[in-house]
Design a binder for this molecule. Structure first.
Ligand SMILES: [Mg+2]
Ligand SMILES: [Zn+2]
Length: 186
């Protein structure tokens, strides 16, 4: 599937390294920094009528680096920064477990997508699954959507991934390609 041939039913977006700078277990709202173009990417999806859902592994909670209230404070800061840019998130789902707990919600597990679909009434089939790690895009392959791997801040791509997965240097470039929004469109 090529960009432009696909209009997502839902956009499932990773958070750290995709929407905000991945400083490693972000626990302080003061550390929340939107990546370049991220707010505009979300706004374009909002304007296209595509529900935007954050799905994020937060093993820092299970590892004891932050608690759920710190996560919520970071989330509030992120939503406030997005709101300043006229963008919003329709739902956020996170896995609080450490990898050793063997849960079903840690990506690439499908648990969070299933819960999001059930509680928000959004579609998994035909959705966009975007993030900076292979685990963010792998669910697309089993759930019938499009995987979009965005490059890390150094420009490198996590991998390997199937050739069905689209690569984008950043989320905004990828979303523009998907929605056929020209770069000079304000
Ligand atoms: Mg990430
Ligand atoms: Zn989990």
């Amino acid at each position: 599937m090529n960009p432009g041939e696909f209009r997502p039913t839902t956009a499932f977006l990773d958070r750290d390294g995709t929407l905000i700078r991945d400083t490693g277990y972000v626990a302080d709202p003061a550390d929340v920094e939107l990546l370049s173009g991220a707010a505009e990417a979300v706004r374009l999806l909002n304007e296209a009528g595509v529900p935007v859902v954050i799905v994020t592994n937060q093993s820092g909670i299970g590892r004891g680096y932050l608690d759920a209230s710190a996560f919520r404070a970071v989330q509030a800061r992120l939503e406030s920064l997005l709101a300043e840019a006229g963008a919003w998130i329709d739902g956020t789902y996170y896995c609080p477990h450490a990898p050793a707990e063997g849960c079903e919600c840690r990506k690439p597990g499908l648990g969070l997508y299933v819960i999001a679909a059930a509680t928000l009434g959004v579609e998994m089939k035909g959705a966009l699954y975007a993030g900076d790690r292979t685990r963010d895009v792998l669910p697309a392959l089993s759930l019938g959507g499009m995987g979009m791997l965005v490059a890390g801040e150094g420009g490198e791509y996590d991998g390997p991934v199937s050739s069905d997965v689209v690569r984008a240097p950043d989320l905004l470039t990828g979303v523009r390609g998907l929605l056929l929004v020209p770069e000079d469109d304000p």
